[in-house]
Structure formats: C-alpha cells, structure tokens
Design a protein around this ligand. Structure first.
Ligand code: NI
Length: 184
C-alpha cells in the first residue's frame, strides 16, 4: 500500500472530467491497488473522502469514510464506501449550507450549499451495482467527491466567498459553531 501524492488546486487534472471505469476492470489488480492506495491516502491526511483525480488518476472512483468527530460527537460515522462511476439524482430541492474543506485546497474552509438528500447509483469495489439514498453529512461528502469527477471543486459551489477562511481563523472564530469541518 502506498500513500499517494495529492494534486493541489491549479493542477489541470482537477479540472478534467474523469473517465468511467469499465465494470470488467474494477476487479483488476491495477484498480484494486488504486482503491487501496486512495483509502490509505485519505486516512493518512485525515480526509473524509477522496476522488481519483486528486491522486492524479482521471478515473471515476471515489472513497468516502467519515470518522466520528472527537470534538462534538454529533456527526454520525460513515462506513468506508467505494463508489465507482457514481451517478447522483436529487431527491428534493432542499439545500443545506455547511463548512467544507478539501485536501486539494489546503488550509481553507468555506460554507457550501448542498442538496440535503441524494439518490446514489454506483458500482462497488467488487464491481457490483449499488444503489442507496444518502442524507446530511454523507450526502454532502458524496456530492463533494462526485464534483471532483466533474472537474469541480467546492469553491465553484459556494454562493459567495464571504465565508472563506484560513484554517487558523476558522479554528479561532468559527469552529465552535460547526460540527463538520471536513476535507475531501
Ligand atoms: Ni475535495
């Protein structure tokens, strides 16, 4: 297993549309190794999600794992999920705004509106079709990671940059008022 280098904002790979992974190749050694390395990289850098373009692979693969927030304990834990070729559909127009960060945009946080609930169709790490409904924190992380596959970052989804803050200022002025301070 390897910790992979994370592409930072400005790297053109973050702005490309990622290619779908042919279902028949998901169980290949190459793709399985990439998935394992993505999980290791996400955990190494304390992320709650990671998309393949962030590790310089323009493929439609995301890994998601929300860990329980040691501070407040209010965030529900999310089990490790591998989503290959994910497709999202919006369940209702209801939007929720909360803080996001991104491993590709270090040391910044901003408030981002996201759909509260989405229906997710994808292939799992075993190549099998999966479908489920995600809400709240999980839905937010999935939308953030899915955006990476479209060449989008969370800054593109902010209604305004008024909330954009550096990490020390986030900790000083804003963290207590938020449960979720996550990076994907
Ligand atoms: Ni991100």
């Amino acid at each position: 297993m390897s910790i992979l280098k994370v592409a930072k904002l400005g790297n053109p790979i973050l702005r490309q549309i990622a290619k779908p992974v042919p279902a028949a190749t998901i169980r290949s050694h190459e793709i399985q190794r990439l998935i394992k390395d993505m999980v290791a990289t996400m955990r190494e850098y304390g992320g709650v999600g990671l998309a393949a373009p962030q590790v310089h692979e323009s493929l439609q693969i995301t890994v998601i794992e929300g860990m329980e927030d040691a501070g407040s304990g209010t965030r529900p834990p999310t089990q490790l999920q591998v989503l290959v070729n994910p497709a999202l559909s919006v369940v209702s127009d209801e939007l929720e705004e909360d803080w996001e960060g991104c491993l590709s945009i270090p040391d910044l946080r901003g408030r981002v509106p996201r759909y509260r609930e989405v229906q997710v169709r994808a292939l799992g790490a075993d190549g099998q079709q999966i479908e489920f409904r995600a809400a709240g924190f999980q839905a937010r992380v999935i939308q953030h990671e899915h955006d990476h596959l479209l060449g989008k970052v969370y800054l593109d989804r902010m209604g305004s940059f008024e909330s954009l803050t550096f990490l020390p200022e986030f900790s000083r002025y804003w963290q207590e008022r938020s449960d979720e301070t996550d990076e994907g």
